[in-house]
Design a binder for this molecule. Structure first.
Ligand code: ATP
Length: 238
């Protein structure tokens, strides 16, 4: 029997508030285990809402979300232990050290304190020398690395990266791309959102284009690039 998709969305919709702003409209999508999938779209397209609906930060209006075949309506907690999220915004307590914030994250995912794993993740993200630093004293780039470490310390099988390279320097962007490739090579499924076609081109196996809450197309990367070239369609969203 073939394994279920890492992520399956069936008719996922979200409207916000009384003015019924439709942030997601009937999104259906299936992502294979081990795939790198890029969701490309401009500001306000619905990318963060889609991620939030899967990760439990946004309450969907309708539709289904399945993580490795588990329907989140039936069990909203355990399937999410397999998910890691790198959010756009820095969201850690500024008074803990880097290492402490990773131990807290392990606890949050129901795991025992695992010093070897924390050391491994810190080393992978070039953060070992900052293990005892207070997080608020980190530079912006180091904070970004810590966000990624936090998302990965519990060894998730499905990782969401929400605009991971927005506003980062060239070195961090390169490190991050290499790290994403390494994770995927180890079998982790990656879903990343981006405004940059270049980033989707570098990393993704398939690309979905989203605008105004609608998933407009999903293509193998090469097919998408060919179609964009032929039709002289949009190239970057800024
Ligand atoms: P960006 O690239 O700017 O991060 P995005 O593609 O991630 O954009 P979302 O943040 O998902 O887009 O927003 C989709 C739409 O939903 C936008 O019109 C946004 O203003 C609206 N929206 C998002 N969060 C809320 C909220 N909490 N309340 C009301 N409207 C919201």
């Amino acid at each position: 029997m073939s394994s279920p998709p890492a992520l399956e969305l069936r008719g996922l919709s979200k409207t916000y508030g009384d003015n019924k702003l439709t942030a997601l409209s009937d999104v259906t999508l299936s992502i294979r285990p081990g795939e790198i999938f890029a969701l490309l779209g401009p500001n306000g397209a619905g990318k963060t809402t889609l991620i939030g609906s899967v990760c439990g930060l946004v309450k969907k209006t309708s539709g289904k979300v399945l993580v490795f075949g588990h329907d989140l309506d039936e069990d909203p907690v355990r399937p999410r232990y397999q998910i890691g999220l790198v959010p756009q915004e820095v969201n850690f307590d500024p008074f803990f050290t880097v290492a402490e914030s990773l131990y807290i994250q392990q606890g949050y995912y129901g795991q025992p304190r695992d010093e070897a794993r924390v050391k491994e993740v810190l080393a992978a993200l070039n953060l070992s020398h900052k293990a005892d630093a207070i997080t608020r004293a980190l530079s912006g780039g180091m904070k970004r690395r810590l966000l990624i470490a936090k998302a990965l310390v519990h060894k998730p099988k499905l990782v969401f990266l929400d605009e991971p390279t927005a506003g980062v320097d060239v070195e961090l962007r390169r490190d991050l791309w290499n790290y994403v490739r390494r994770l995927a090579a180890e079998g982790t499924t990656i879903v990343l959102t981006t405004h940059y076609l270049e980033e989707a081109e570098e990393l993704a196996d398939r690309v979905g284009v989203i605008n105004e809450g609608k998933l407009l197309l999903v293509e193998d990367k090469r097919t998408l690039l060919r179609r964009l070239g032929e039709k002289n369609l949009i190239v970057t969203f800024t």
